[in-house]
Design a protein around this ligand. Structure first.
Ligand SMILES: [Zn+2]
Ligand SMILES: [Zn+2]
Length: 255
């Protein structure tokens, strides 16, 4: 993966601003569980949409004010987000939007390549002609949808193909690990893929299916490996910025 610093636009690590999260203040009537889900969804959407950048501070009090809820609810949401690797909880320093290290990202993609390579022979062994037909139909529909949507949503659409292969492996345990890894990869891609850098993966997906249906597992694995390495190469990890002003570091800068 390349670790080119993306433009840091001179803001260091901004504090979360109301405009970033949109007008999502839950109504007073919503149940605690609904409010928790609303806040969780709002933060995930902002991260996936690249409005909340890696490393952005998420102070509990600010979130309480923004969402009009109590501290225990905010803490619950932050715990869930940490469990899902969307935020990192730093002892005594509060939560930030996740900023995985190059090592972690490398390990994540390494694990994904290993898992997907082991799933392909099972698919080749177990998938029926009808399965392949529906897989191709799904690919065509996703491809059409992809070009209709903003690029920030492409990762989710592209993941569906990989998840379907996981299902076709017929092994629910492998599927569960795969879906966890894929959602973590999608998050990393959303965090670090510069806008406009998403590529259409349709042809690559089709080639994997072609090889599988021909029973050429080796070629399918090779194609998949190349495809996943490409995906990893599109990630540009943001380097720790060292040009923060004191106001930035104290979280006092308005912009
Ligand atoms: Zn793909
Ligand atoms: Zn295309």
């Amino acid at each position: 993966m390349s670790s080119t610093a993306t433009k840091s636009d001179g803001r260091g690590r901004p504090k979360v601003r109301p405009s970033i999260l949109g007008d999502r203040k839950p109504s007073a009537r919503a149940s605690a569980a609904e409010r928790e889900q609303d806040i969780y969804d709002a933060i995930v959407a902002s991260v996936m949409g690249q409005r909340l950048k890696p490393g952005t501070k998420l102070p509990e009090l600010a979130l309480c004010e923004l969402f009009g809820v109590g501290r225990s609810l905010v803490q619950k949401v932050l715990q869930r987000l940490a469990h899902d690797h969307v935020v990192q909880l730093r002892p005594n320093r509060g939560a930030i939007v996740a900023m995985p290290s190059p090592e972690e990202v490398g390990q994540l993609f390494e694990a994904r390549r290993a898992l997907e390579a082991s799933i392909l022979p099972l698919v080749a062994e177990r998938a029926t002609r009808a399965n392949y037909a529906s897989l191709r139909r799904q690919l065509r529909e996703e491809h059409k949808a992809m070009h209709r949507y903003a690029q920030t949503q492409w990762a989710g659409l592209a993941s569906a193909f990989h998840l379907r292969l996981g299902e076709l492996s017929g092994n629910p345990i492998l599927y569960r690990y795969l879906s966890e890894i894929i959602s973590r990869c999608s998050l990393v891609v959303a965090l670090f893929q510069p806008p406009g850098n998403a590529t259409c993966e349709h042809e690559e997906h089709v080639r994997v299916v072609d090889y599988l249906e021909q029973g050429n597992v080796r070629a399918a694995q090779k194609e998949m490996k190349r495809h996943l390495i490409d995906l990893e190469h599109h990630i540009h990890l943001v380097e720790e910025s060292t040009d923060q002003s004191l106001a930035d570091m104290l979280g006092l800068a308005a912009e």
